[in-house]
Design a protein around this ligand. Sequence first.
Ligand code: ZN
Length: 81
Amino acid sequence: MLDLQHNTDPDEFEPMTWRRCEGPPPDRAPTALISCDQGHWCSLTNHTIADDGTVTPSLVCPTKECGWHVFVRLVDWQEAA
Ligand SMILES: [Zn+2]
């Protein structure tokens, strides 16, 4: 399990961090964007984020050549609500 830190800098999206964003309609439930270790962006729209920040199922970077595949936890997910 990999801990991803909360990214609070609007100008820098560092690798291995996450950022809160609005989910798709109709409910627009909060979800997150994360950045893999190569700095690729990945939406968690199709994942479940538990109260403690644990993401299920495991995460696969959408960039084809990347191969980043991990179980992650979003640090401070609840606190950042
Ligand atoms: Zn990647």
